[in-house]
Design a binder for this molecule. Structure first.
Ligand code: NAD
Ligand code: MG
Length: 296
């Protein structure tokens, strides 16, 4: 396992393309990733930066959300994880790492496309964790198309509900529980700034998320609640083999300046930074973590 903290050539630090062809049905699982992704299981070291905080993480079973859950737990936060019912194997495994860190972990599966579920999710997290300080919205879908002929209103409606509406629903429900000092974190994408043709629908949602982050930061500033986002480049997670064709998987990450995809653990500290008081004068910002590729 690569030592996260060892200074080394960042371009060759983690696996590079070509990758083996691999496809998964949506929503995918970490157990089918070849090579396996690094979510910080063996490497991430906490230093109490989130001691006693309580966080709700959507998409917390796998990929980026799993890396965030492991890091937050090792920083001392109790965490509630949301994911889809069919992802319980990934979620249980992530929960194991959370519990090993000596904090509380709770699992709350359910569909973010369902408005009533979103408010219920916040209430359950507050009840089971005994409060809420940090809302991290990572869960999302990424349908791909070959062209405008493929545009499907039903697919797009669902995509908007999961990727965008859920931000409003969760934040509306969370606001009454969040105290000054709380942090809300969204997950945009390089696609929100530099869209690929096959990801037009997805890219619109990710641009919207960065915009939402700027607007919501201003709405909540006087309450002392910060709102920031992360815009990842290509990351080695189940989202990819369950969303893009094999020819893209084989060369996955090649387009980044580093010539490789990021590993989820390479995002952990960015989310920890935005969640913690280290970033107290930062709100409305979306931090790009793209392996050196410019976002504009
Ligand atoms: P992932 O597949 O591990 O995580 C996505 C998660 O979204 C799933 O685990 C699932 O729990 C959740 N999800 C999807 N539909 C849902 C629904 N209807 N209800 C509830 N949960 C649902 O992949 P990931 O790459 O870690 O994705 C996390 C986020 O990062 C996504 O928002 C994605 O758009 C974003 N992102 C990923 C990349 C990348 O290259 N992997 C790049 C930029 C942004
Ligand atoms: Mg998953």
């Amino acid at each position: 396992m690569t030592d996260l903290y060892e200074p080394t050539n960042v371009a060759t630090k983690y696996p590079q393309p070509p990758f083996k062809p691999q496809q998964q049905p949506v929503p995918g699982t970490i157990f089918e990733m070849d090579p396996p992704a690094d979510h910080g299981e063996e490497s991430y070291k906490g230093s109490g930066r989130l001691a006693g905080r309580k966080a709700l993480i959507t998409g917390g079973d796998s990929g980026i959300g799993r890396a965030v859950a492991i890091a937050f737990a090792r920083e001392g936060a109790d965490v509630a994880l949301n994911y889809l019912d069919e992802e319980s194997a990934d979620a249980e495994d992530t929960l194991g790492f959370v519990q090993k860190a000596g904090v509380q972990g709770v699992l709350i599966p359910g569909d973010l496309a369902d408005e009533a579920f979103n408010s219920g999710l916040v209430e359950k997290a507050v009840e089971q964790l005994g409060g809420l300080d940090i809302l991290v919205m990572v869960g999302g879908r990424m349908p791909t198309v070959s062209g405008i002929e493929d545009f499907d209103t039903e697919v797009f409606d669902n995509l908007l509900r999961v990727n965008v509406h859920s931000l409003f629903w969760l934040t509306k429900a969370a606001k009454k529980h969040l105290k000054p000092g709380a942090s809300i974190i969204t997950t945009s994408s390089i696609q929100g700034f530099v869209p690929s043709p096959q990801l037009a629908e997805y890219a619109v949602t990710k641009a919207g998320i960065a915009n939402w982050t700027r607007a919501m930061a201003q709405q909540l500033a006087e309450e002392g609640i910060r709102v920031n986002g992360v815009a990842p480049g290509p990351f080695w997670t189940p989202l990819q083999p369950s969303s893009v064709p094999n020819e893209k998987i084989e060369s996955f990450g090649e387009e980044a300046a580093y010539g490789r995809p990021g590993q989820p653990v390479e995002l952990s500290s960015t989310y920890v930074y935005l969640a913690s008081q280290d970033s107290s004068y930062t709100s409305g910002e979306t931090i790009a973590v793209t392996g050196g590729t410019p976002t504009h």
